[in-house]
Design a protein. Structure first.
Length: 137
């Protein structure tokens, strides 16, 4: 059996970090993931909203470095769970349990104070004058 899912999308809210009774960190958040096709009538792209749960180091990483609107890539497995709510109704949910979470875009401009790194110019490079005749290949 194989249960491996990779999604990429933007966080719809800031991650919520909590701890279990034993102190294990767990973070929950949601990603808006664009569909591959646009609506035929309006031409707009639809999105799916996927709930994600990250545990331990992944939970702490997400809560520290991600916020609403940031692009994230989540690698994990789908999990479904069921419960009975306070009113006695059966509830169920499918969520992605994250094994790894990665940045889906470069650092934002405001994180660097608006300064963009300078591209190297030709004067930053120098020709090597070494004799290649001693190379072993």
């Amino acid at each position: 059996m194989l249960n491996h899912t990779v999604i990429m999308g933007r966080l719809t809210r800031d991650p919520e970090l909590r701890r279990t009774q034993s102190g294990t960190p767990v973070a929950t958040f949601s990603l808006a993931v664009d569909r591959d096709y646009a609506n035929k009538e309006t031409g707009e792209r639809q999105a799916d909203f996927i709930d994600v749960v990250a545990w331990r180091q992944a939970a702490e990483f997400v809560s520290k470095y991600f916020s609403k609107g940031r692009m994230a890539v989540v690698d994990g497995r789908l999990q479904s769970r069921s419960w009975t709510d306070q009113d006695g109704r059966k509830q169920s949910k499918v969520e992605l349990v994250a094994a790894s979470v990665y940045f889906g875009e470069p650092k934002r401009e405001e994180a660097t104070g608006g300064a963009q790194p300078e591209a190297p110019s030709a004067s930053d490079f120098a020709m090597l004058e070494d004799d290649d005749s001693e190379l072993p290949f």
